[in-house]
Design a protein around this ligand. Structure first.
Ligand code: FAD
Ligand code: NAG
Ligand code: NAG
Ligand code: NAG
Ligand code: NAG
Ligand code: NAG
Ligand code: NAG
Ligand code: NAG
Length: 652
């Protein structure tokens, strides 16, 4: 093709794009706000809640239930979603998670409920219907998520910086198409901001080469809380959900799976659990389970096999103080100088930054971000920020394994294990049933967990005989089920908390955005004693423990004088209602303190252990072990570069 012809072609395409863009603007209309946002017909705040079944009674259920309908292995987004779906249809479900809910990938995502603008671009350029369907499905689910968990999800405008004039209509049309494909689930209309407007909104951004920004909307959410919420919702619906239960073996009879052998990681006790169907939702660890399935005894392979079906890739994220980004707007650059994607987004009052993933050879259990990874992100980030990016600003960092799935039937038998590239992998999910009856669901995105769960349970109902009750089961309910804490929630909830409990705004916002309409339960605890009002970092301070004769001044040392609004009341709540079993469960997943400010979380470890020791009746050795594990886990969240050389703190 000649160069002149190419330019001509580009110009024609540009003109066409501009035309389409204009038409879209013309056709666009202002959307009425979602009704639930405006619903202020308040129910009184909830003051009490029946204590959910204790761990002991759930364990007891494992022993006394002769046969469950379904066992779900893995308590990530997919597993907990499946448990909620199956339980609400009327199946007797048991979910087993070897560590904590969402301790795997599900707590380490980018926290976006999205269809993926990038995937849309790919879909259009490759004229791929499959890719496009994927985007549309995710956009649809994004809407469902915002509706069923209104307290954990919110709409986030995201800017795409544009550095060449011709790209302005290109990105704008792309964003508009994104709106269109969302159909009635669209959040808000995309727009274009001029360079001046951009720097007014985002003064921290380097706008020297900027021409304009295109703004589109996606959802942002709190991933690990979403998972815990799903687990609690499942228990509410009658499911038996247990964390710290590892599945060791699939029990087979005549080559058919009849249940699993699971071990309680706290006590070492083994449980033989029977079920009609077993679902494998172990995410990036799925390969291991498949090997267990191939083994006649259902045992795991002796040597670790490199992944075949799941091609893992790691994504590193860092958390920075809020001044790195406007309060209510994120930034995403879909094509950086070296062809990756860079984003930084406001999240929970901080800023989450990262780039796209790098492929891995094997699946580490708790992947750790290296100093190199962190420096890499900071260097990339510096290109967008006017002030010098400082290594000491990194509050926390983590690495998540993304399970990109390949259809096993398309993997050539002779392929070198682990050599699969992540290119061209469709980030969709698939469900497969092995001859022995194990149903494996893997891949997908957080955003599509509900749809994946629905498909999984549909398959279960179709392929398994639940003692003749298949026809009596309800159709899928998860579109209607509002998750725990989302009931009676409205956007004005923090104002109501302030009026009722006279608490500071920061605490009210934190609680309502994490616990929804259950926040008032924590505030009831908070008001029970001054001790409960202490910031979690002071939990170890014995001199503050409540005593009858001590006169306490109101709010003497309440959390207000500290950076983060996490209190002892919240810990007590998470022990009673959310099955927190270790300090890391609380510090990293029930609350996100370790993800938001790892240094602060480290100072809280001793105090949290002291309270948990008392409440969970740990012996000295357990406490010691827990303390070590928590310090180890949080200590690896990007806060202590290996060498404390000055150079390490300077980003070139
Ligand atoms: C860096 C990164 C960013 C991402 N960003 C987004 C995003 O912005 N938006 C989005 O929608 N999606 C995102 N994703 C994708 C999303 O996080 C994952 O697709 C999703 O969390 C996968 O959930 P899962 O349940 O399949 O796996 P997991 O969350 O890993 O859950 C599997 C669970 O199974 C348990 N398990 C394993 N073996 C056993 C056993 N033998 N017995 C008992 N339990 C067992 C594990 O402990 C684990 O908790 C991202 C992923 C990554 C890596
Ligand atoms: C599971 O089934 C086996 C064999 O049918 C039986 O011996 C065992 O008691 C069952 N387990 C439970 C918990 O009932
Ligand atoms: C999701 O929550 C359940 C229950 O709280 C827990 O067992 C599981 O580990 C969590 N999974 C993830 C990926 O956080
Ligand atoms: C379960 O699924 C995962 C992928 O999601 C796979 O790695 C694992 O091998 C499966 N386990 C079994 C026993 O099939
Ligand atoms: C508003 O909320 C109340 C109470 O939760 C509910 O009964 C009512 O149906 C809701 N109205 C709308 C329009 O959603
Ligand atoms: C929000 O809540 C406050 C406190 O209860 C109430 O006074 C106010 O009217 C509410 N706002 C709206 C828009 O309903
Ligand atoms: C405990 O509180 C007292 C009183 O404010 C303070 O002096 C002391 O430093 C605190 N100790 C710890 C370990 O925080
Ligand atoms: C980073 O911050 C630290 C402490 O705030 C400061 O001492 C150091 O000079 C800063 N480094 C750069 C490159 O600005």
């Amino acid at each position: 093709m000649s160069k002149i012809f190419q330019t001509k072609l580009a110009k024609t395409a540009l003109a066409a794009a501009a035309g389409v863009g204009g038409t879209i603007v013309y056709l666009d209309f202002i959307r009425p706000p979602v009704v639930s946002d405006l619903n202020n017909s308040y129910k009184p705040l909830r003051k009490e809640l029946a204590t959910p079944p204790s761990r002991e009674s759930l364990l007891n259920k494992l022993e006394t239930t002769p046969k469950f309908d379904v066992i779900v292995v893995g308590g990530g987004a997919t597993g907990t979603g499946t448990a909620v779906d199956a339980a609400t249809r009327g199946l007797n479900v048991c979910l087993l998670e070897k560590s904590d809910f969402a301790s795997g990938t599900s707590s380490k995502s980018t926290k976006m409920a999205h269809g993926g603008v990038r995937y849309l671009e790919k879909a259009i350029f490759q004229l791929s219907k499959a890719q496009l369907d994927l985007v549309i499905e995710a956009l649809n689910e994004r809407g469902n998520m915002l509706r069923t968990a209104p307290h954990l999800c919110s709409v986030l405008p995201i800017m795409i910086p544009v550095y060449k004039w011709w790209q302005v209509p290109y990105f704008f049309v792309g964003c508009k198409m994104y709106d269109w494909f969302a159909g009635h689930q669209n959040l808000r209309s995309s727009t274009v901001f001029s360079r001046e407007m951009t720097s007014a909104i985002a003064p921290m951004m380097d706008d020297s080469n900027l021409k304009a920004t295109c703004v589109y909307h996606d959802g942002t959410f709190n991933d690990a809380r979403m998972n815990a919420t799903l687990a609690i919702t499942a228990i509410d619906q009658g499911a038996t959900v247990l964390n710290y239960m590892e599945v060791k073996q699939l029990v087979k009879k005549d080559d058919k799976i009849t249940g699993v052998l699971a071990v309680d990681r706290e006590t070492g006790k083994e449980y033989n659990i029977n079920a009609t169907a077993t679902v494998n939702a172990t995410g990036p660890f799925a390969d291991k389970l498949l090997e267990m399935d191939k083994d006649p005894q259902g045992l795991p392979p002796k040597i670790d096999q490199p992944p075949r079906m799941v091609v893992p890739s790691s994504g590193v994220h860092v958390v920075l103080p809020e001044y790195y980004c406007p309060r209510d707007m994120g930034l995403l650059d879909p094509s950086t100088s070296d062809g990756r994607v860079m984003f930084f987004l406001p999240w929970q009052g901080k800023v989450l930054a990262g780039t796209t993933d790098t492929p891995l050879k094997s699946v580490p259990e708790n992947p750790i971000p290296t100093e190199e990874d962190i420096q890499d992100i900071l260097q990339e980030l510096q290109k967008y920020i006017v002030f010098p990016v400082n290594r000491t600003d990194v509050l926390s960092a983590w690495s998540g394994i993304r399970p990109l799935v390949r259809d096993p039937s398309t993997i050539p038998e002779d392929e070198q294990p682990g050599s699969g590239s992540t290119q061209g992998l469709v980030r969709s999910h698939f469900i497969s049933q092995s001859p022995s009856g194990l149903l494996t669901i893997s891949g997908g995105k957080w955003t599509t967990y509900r749809e994946m769960a629905q498909e999984t349970v549909d398959t279960l109902v179709k392929n398994y005989d639940f003692d003749g009750k298949n026809n009596a089961l309800l159709p899928c309910q998860t579109n209607k089920i509002i998750l725990a804490g989302g009931e009676d929630y409205s956007k004005n909830y923090s104002a109501r908390l302030i009026h009722e409990y006279r608490i500071p705004l920061k605490l009210a916002k934190h609680l309502s955005h994490n616990y929804g309409s259950r926040a008032s339960l924590i505030l009831e605890l908070y008001h029970q004693s001054d001790y409960n009002k202490l910031p979690i970092t002071l939990a170890a301070n014995k001199s503050f423990e409540p005593s009858e004769d001590k006169e306490s001044e109101e709010n003497i040392l309440s959390y207000q004088s500290f950076d983060e609004p996490f209190t002892i009341a919240e810990l007590k709540y998470s022990l009673k209602y959310e099955y927190a079993r270790t300090p890391v469960d609380f510090l990293a997943r029930r609350t996100r303190l370790a993800f938001l400010n790892a240094r602060e979380a480290l100072t809280a470890v001793d105090g949290v252990c002291a309270i948990m020791e008392h409440e969970l009746k740990w012996d000295e050795e357990t406490t010691k072990k827990m303390k070590f594990e928590a310090n180890d886990y949080i200590g690896k969240m990007g806060i202590s570069p290996k060498r404390f050389d000055v150079e390490d703190f300077i980003v070139q």
